[in-house]
Structures are given as C-alpha cells and as structure tokens.
Design a protein around this ligand. Structure first.
Ligand SMILES: *Cc1c(COP(=O)(O)O)cnc(C)c1O
Length: 389
C-alpha cells in the first residue's frame, strides 16, 4: 500500500460513461458534432443557468474564442489574474495582444479589486483601456465578483470568467462562471469532471455563441462550396468525449461534496499546527475545493513548502506548489503588473508558501490518512501524538 502513489487529482468515472459512448458508436456519430455534443451543451447550460453553451476541445480554446469574439487583436491590452495556470493568458498572445497582470488578495487568493482599480486608473490616464478582463477562480474559489464587476462596469470593459477550476462552485447563490460576458470551463483530465480533454464556452449572448460555433468550425461561410472570409479554428468537442462529459455532469454535486469533505478532513487534522493556514473561503460563496491548498510559514514550521512537497514525494505522495504567478514567468517578463499593495505581492507570497494536496474525489479514507500522517511527520518533526480525525 505504502508504495502505491497517491496523485493530486485523478479522473473519477461515474460508471455511466460507457453507455453514452456506446450510443455514439451504435449510431455512428464519431465526429466533432452529434447528439451527445448537443445534449452536453444543453445540460451544462441548464446546470449553471446560462442561456447557451458551446462544447469545445479545451478550456484554452474557449478563452481564445471569447477573446476573439470581444475583438481582441494586435496592439490591444487584456487584464488577467496573475495567480493562475498559463492557459488563462496564452490566448492573449495568440491574438497578438498584450497581457497586464493583476495580483490576488488574501481573502480569495483571486484578483484583487484594489489592484484592478489601480490598473484601470492608469489605463484610463493613458487613454488605453483593456479590451477584456480575464478573472480566474482559483482551485474552485470564486473571486470577489461583486467588487470586480462594479469596477469593470464602471470602465465598460467585459469580463471573461475563467471558471476552468470552479464548475459546481457558487458565489452569492449564483453559479461560478456566469458572472462575466463569457464564462469558460475545462474538462481536462485533472479537473473536477473530465472528458479526458475538453472545454465549454457559456454566455447569455446567444448571437456571440453562434459566432463562436462558426469560428470553432473553420469559419465556413454559408455558400454551396467551401468559402472562407476569416481565420477559423478546429475547436469543437468530439461526440464521443461529450458522452463522457454527460455522464460526468450527472454526478457533479457528489464530486463537489467529496472534495469539500476531503478539504474539511485535512483542515481538521492539520490546522492545529502552527504556521499552517488553509485557503480561505470567501463569505457568501461555496468553493468546489477542486484542490485543497494551504500555506506553510517556514519560520514556524521549520520546513519550506518546496521541501514539504519533496518530503511527500519521498512517501510517494504527489503534492504541488500553487501556480507560479504569470508575472514571474520568463514568457511574460515584459508584461506590466499591478500588485495588491505597493510592496505587497500577494500572489508571489502564495507561490512561495503554497502547497496543493491530493484532492481527487476518488481518494480513499486510507489514502487521506497517509497524506495526513506524512504531513504531520514533516511539519511536527515528531511522531504523531494527536489522534487523527
Ligand atoms: C485547466 C485550466 C485551463 C485550461 O483548460 P484546458 O482544458 O486544459 O485547456 C485554463 N485556466 C485554468 C485556471 C485552468 O486550471
């Protein structure tokens, strides 16, 4: 058992996937369109309460199409959360535009309203507002949408909500992903539900989504032959994979419950240790707790987050640092950045102290116990004294 590796976040099948896949085979819908795609779009839109959804081959494609639909092009700027996976910002570069990164705050770990406000004020002074703001909901936690929306509305700049990690989460009773002009989800293998690879673009602007479908299928003009007037992409989701997605979406609530329970157990078993702090949950929001994240204060624990991850690895347990902020990436070394406070770089701090623990919804109680024991050995430096909850 001890030798069996414990992973960060594994795919967790519901058992019904094969039925939808079989249906696709039986009806020979082996294509990037078909009944599973249509149904998956309808079911997801209905689950989050959006007018419509477009199924795509990745979350990255969904962000790319959203930027394209907002007319982001060469020379434009786009504001983007810094504490995120590179996929949030790569599509800005695809469009030849320039990202400007915005720091996190401590309460949500997501985009800091006060940093965003400074960025907007500067942009307005320079007479160059961004074409869009990409707001990420990290590890399932919603950003402070109310404050961020107020600012974006004040400057009349549309929001793309990167909810790749937050399907099933809510903010003030409303589904995560539905706050911006566009929302995007990811069904990559490690996400809360998966199609192995896939994504979804949602909006209440049905006309825009019609255009998204057009752009996602090589931008073919309505003509009796193949005619094209603009650049398109091949971004649609396979009907087979959409079948997996349908079965996965049926159990999303169970998956959220399971991940939240794992977070609670880690918290109960570890939060007595001085120097350990768990990722907060914003008031009036429910995180899907996609990944359990915590920070380690080396002065108090005597071990850095990176050494802790190494120690866990030796026990055959996969843990990871939190995302390395994009403003610290070589790829974006020339990009502008607005930190939370003048000398307060929250995202950098979270990167230097943050750890993500194994959080998959299929993680067994025994596996969780193994993670907790290993953590306590490393952090307390002594044999486990307190009974494990
Ligand atoms: C996974 C992820 C994406 C990209 O989704 P893919 O489906 O892998 O392209 C984008 N943003 C965030 C925050 C993610 O975690």
């Amino acid at each position: 058992m001890k030798n069996q590796r414990i992973y960060l976040s594994l795919p967790h099948m519901s058992g019904r996937e094969q039925e939808y896949i079989k249906e696709a085979f039986d009806t020979n819908w082996i294509a990037p369109l078909g009944p599973n795609v249509d149904a998956f779009e309808e079911e997801l839109a209905s689950y989050v309460g959006a007018s419509e959804a477009v199924a795509l081959n990745s979350g990255t494609s969904a962000i790319h199409l959203a930027l394209s639909l907002l007319g982001v092009t060469k020379g434009d700027t786009v504001f983007c959360s810094t504490l995120t996976f590179v996929a949030s910002a790569n599509p800005i570069l695809y469009q030849g535009a320039e990202p400007i990164f915005i720091d996190s705050d401590r309460e949500s770990w997501n985009m800091s309203p006060q940093a965003l406000q400074r960025a907007f004020q500067d942009a307005a002074l320079q007479g160059k507002l961004p074409k869009a703001v990409i707001i990420v909901n990290l590890y399932g936690q919603s950003a402070k949408m109310e404050e961020l929306l107020t600012l974006c509305n004040q400057y009349n700049v549309p929001i793309i909500e990167d909810a790749a990690e937050s399907l099933g989460s809510t903010y003030k009773g409303k589904a995560s992903g539905t706050f911006g002009k566009f929302g995007i989800f990811s069904f990559n293998g490690n996400k809360i539900i998966t199609t192995s690879g896939g994504g979804m673009l949602i909006s209440n602007d049905v006309e825009s989504l019609k255009k998204a479908r057009f752009l996602a299928t090589q931008a073919r003009d309505p003509a009796p032959y193949y005619q094209h007037s603009q650049v398109g992409h091949n971004y649609r989701l396979s009907n087979i994979l959409a079948g997996i997605g349908r079965a996965q979406l049926e159990v999303i609530e169970e998956r959220v419950t399971a991940r939240r329970a794992i977070f609670e157990r880690y918290k109960k078993s570890l939060s007595h240790i001085p120097g350990i702090e768990f990722m907060p949950e914003l008031e009036n929001s429910t995180s899907n707790r996609w990944l359990t994240a915590l920070t380690v204060n080396q002065n108090e624990t005597g071990i850095s987050s990176f050494n802790l991850i190494e120690a866990l690895d030796k026990e055959n347990i996969e843990a990871r640092p939190v995302w390395k902020p994009l403003h610290m990436q070589p790829l974006f070394k020339d990009a502008a950045y607005y930190s939370h406070g003048e000398k307060e770089d929250v995202a950098k701090e979270l990167f230097l102290t943050g750890v993500c623990l194994p959080s998959g919804s299929s993680l067994t109680t025994e596996e969780q116990t193994r993670v907790i024991e290993s953590l306590r050995e490393s952090l307390e430096g002594v044999l486990v004294t307190q009974e494990i909850i």
